[in-house]
Write a protein that binds this ligand. Structure first.
Ligand SMILES: Nc1nc2c(ncn2[C@@H]2O[C@H](COP(=O)(O)OP(=O)(O)OP(=O)(O)O)[C@@H](O)[C@H]2O)c(=O)[nH]1
Ligand SMILES: [Mg+2]
Length: 600
């Protein structure tokens, strides 16, 4: 059967996974009466909860006698290198762009990667049902972006169509009848070349992503570039540098609908999954002949953010987690390294502390959350941007940021980002909404999101994506508030929290067990303050009015994992257990903190 291979790429939320739903439905991936959830490809728990795609995933449909391999990719910037890798497995990318928002930072990032790899790009303008949609304007913007990114004349001549992915509708021109998704499928058949089926040559396949299966072990997913391969065959594995080893293939799969289907043989052109090679890694070449040339290396972006994972040593250590020792944490991280390609770990000498390096806050937060759900308990330090020495000069990652906010608060946002060494590169106001573009050190963005949400009262959007490595810009002021720190062990009382809440937002409820050195809230005076949240109301303190004894507690500010990671300073830790996220000072007593002030 003829095969076509495409990847769907876009900025976060522009509708890739929803479009996959529509294609899968039309392509017969579900039986007639099957109840299908939305965004079925987002099958991981955290993907469903966060409403975003984290891992690139494969699926395949059949349309008019042709097999179409589809790869859904994540739009969030932290998972951008995943996109870059899977592009190697397809011939054409489908760039989805929101019909109102137009190109956003990650649109630029993924388009750039596609163009650099010489891919043909088809453009889908999605969400044309949005009342404020402006599809023609978006097409123009996309064209300008192609030009800016140095597209070839051939790439510039990109075909496009319009969709309402959520309703399963595609149309070639805006006044076409809105019927179904088939115009998109025909469009794909028309513009995506048949995958070359070079079956006579020696077998070569290059893993682009890895997954882990309890029964099968490590599974490599990638495209067969040439030749054919049968189960149980001996193969050579060749590293990009040309080193060789041997292995045996135990199982072979191709994709059909959402499923992996076991097959006896695979051949060139198809995207397949291979089990049996326990030490296989992304970018290596699996070949039937030891004499084969390795396929061109796949670049894996170096990590940009680091934090320490530590054994929990708070006074509450070991109470809530199932796995708490450094051995257990270490083993778990080693297992993670097998498949989490963008992750690096420096195990170091001190076995209670491991430096974990990833692609961004979300990348590391997803890992911590996964571990916590598995029963792990640990403690993590403030995330720090990874600096790099380039020709003797310290460089740091710079990000492109695009902000959309109500016009009247744009000034405040400019102030916020400028203070963090952001440079404004563009500002456009239209219909009361201001779009601001900045180039800003990634360091400056750490912790900015919660400020942004407060300033905009949730009415703005802010997206960022890696731009380049630039010379270090010097110190950046972080948060201007200090922490309210408990000076006592005990149980919080409503009365004391009520007294404390005028000093800043409180993170915890009444009747919660706390320890000395635990952070219970923010101090709005900009400095750390040790307080007593366990004090009860003194019985002798009789009120003259004698009436109202009830205290009015403001509900505590919920501390999620991401919020906690954004919040902490260099002398603070996040304590993560299956049931709680706590914030704490590194040094628990006030005396120790004073003594160690210079050691930070
Ligand atoms: N109005 C409208 N909303 C849509 C349309 N297509 C998708 N959406 C909505 O847009 C949101 C994001 O859709 P997703 O398909 O998850 O976006 P995505 O590109 O896969 O996002 P990431 O995987 O996080 O990068 C969802 O709430 C969808 O329901 C559309 O055609 N019209
Ligand atoms: Mg998605």
């Amino acid at each position: 059967m003829e095969i076509r291979n495409i990847a769907i790429i876009a900025h976060v939320d522009h509708g890739k996974t929803t479009l996959m739903d529509a294609l899968l439905k039309e392509g017969g991936a579900f039986s007639e009466h099957e109840e299908v959830a939305t965004c079925v490809m987002d099958s991981n728990d955290q993907e469903r909860e966060r409403g975003i795609t984290i891992y690139a995933k494969n699926a395949a449909i059949e349309y008019k006698g042709t097999k179409i391999n589809l790869v859904d990719t994540p739009g969030h910037a932290d998972f951008g290198s995943e996109v870059e890798r899977v592009l190697k497995t397809v011939d054409v990318t489908v760039l989805v762009v929101d019909a109102y928002e137009g190109p956003m930072p990650q649109t630029k990032f993924v388009l750039k990667k596609s163009l650099e790899q010489g891919k043909k790009v088809l453009v889908v303008i999605n969400k044309i049902d949005k009342p404020a949609s402006r599809p023609n304007w978006v097409v123009d913007q996309v064209f300008d972006l192609f030009v800016k990114l140095g597209a070839t004349d051939e790439q510039l001549d990109f075909p496009y169509l319009y969709t309402i992915a959520r309703e399963g509708i595609a149309i070639r021109s805006l006044d076409d009848e809105k019927k179904d998704i088939t115009p998109l499928l025909d469009f794909i058949l028309e513009h995506v070349p048949e995958a070359a089926q070079k079956k006579e040559e020696a077998f070569r396949m290059q893993p682009a992503t890895l997954s882990y299966d309890n029964f099968l072990g490590r599974i490599a997913v990638g495209r067969v570039h040439e030749g054919t391969m049968k189960v149980n065959q001996q193969v050579s594995i060749i590293t990009p540098e040309g080193q060789k080893r041997t292995g045996k293939i135990s199982k072979l799969f191709t994709f059909s609908g959402l499923k992996r289907v076991e097959v006896k043989e695979v051949s060139a052109g198809d995207i397949v999954a291979i089990a049996g090679i326990s030490d296989i890694f992304v970018g290596e070449t699996i070949s039937s002949s030891a004499d084969s040339e390795p396929l061109p290396a796949i670049r894996v972006d170096p990590p940009s953010l680091a934090m320490y994972f530590m054994v929990n040593d708070s006074p509450f250590a070991g109470r809530e987690g199932k796995y708490v020792t450094s051995r257990q944490i270490r083993d778990r991280l080693e297992k993670e390294l097998e498949t989490n390609v963008g992750l690096h770990i420096e195990f170091g000498e001190n076995s209670d502390r491991m430096k974990v390096l990833g692609r961004g806050e979300m990348h590391l937060a997803v890992l911590i959350e996964t571990m916590r759900r598995e029963g792990f308990e640990l403690q993590v330090s403030q995330p720090e941007v990874v600096l790099r020495d380039i020709e003797g000069v310290v460089h740091e990652p710079m990000e492109n940021v695009v902000v959309n906010v109500p016009e009247e608060i744009s000034g405040k946002i400019v102030e916020l980002l400028s203070k963090r060494k952001g440079e404004m590169t563009n500002m456009v106001t239209e219909n009361g909404t201001t779009m601001l573009e900045f180039v800003i050190p990634a360091r400056g963005l750490l912790g900015v999101r919660s400020n942004f949400i407060i300033l905009t009262k949730g009415e703005g959007t802010m997206y960022s994506s890696f731009s380049h490595m630039g010379p270090h810009v010097g110190p950046i002021e972080k948060r201007q508030v200090g922490s309210l720190i408990s000076g006592e062990n005990g149980t919080t009382t409503a009365y004391s929290l009520w007294k404390l809440q005028e000093r800043g937002p409180i993170f915890i409820n009444a009747a919660v067990k706390i320890y000395e050195g635990m952070i219970i809230g923010e101090h709005n005076q900009g400095s750390d303050l040790t307080v007593n949240p366990v004090k009860g109301k003194q019985l002798t303190n009789v009120r003259s009015s004698g009436t109202d004894d009830a205290v009015n507690l403001v509900p505590p500010l919920p501390v999620t994992l991401e919020k906690a990671l954004e919040y902490i300073k260099e002398d603070e830790y996040v304590e993560v257990t299956p049931s709680n996220i706590r914030l704490r000072k590194r040094f628990l007593t006030e005396l120790d903190r004073k003594r160690n002030i210079t050691k930070r």
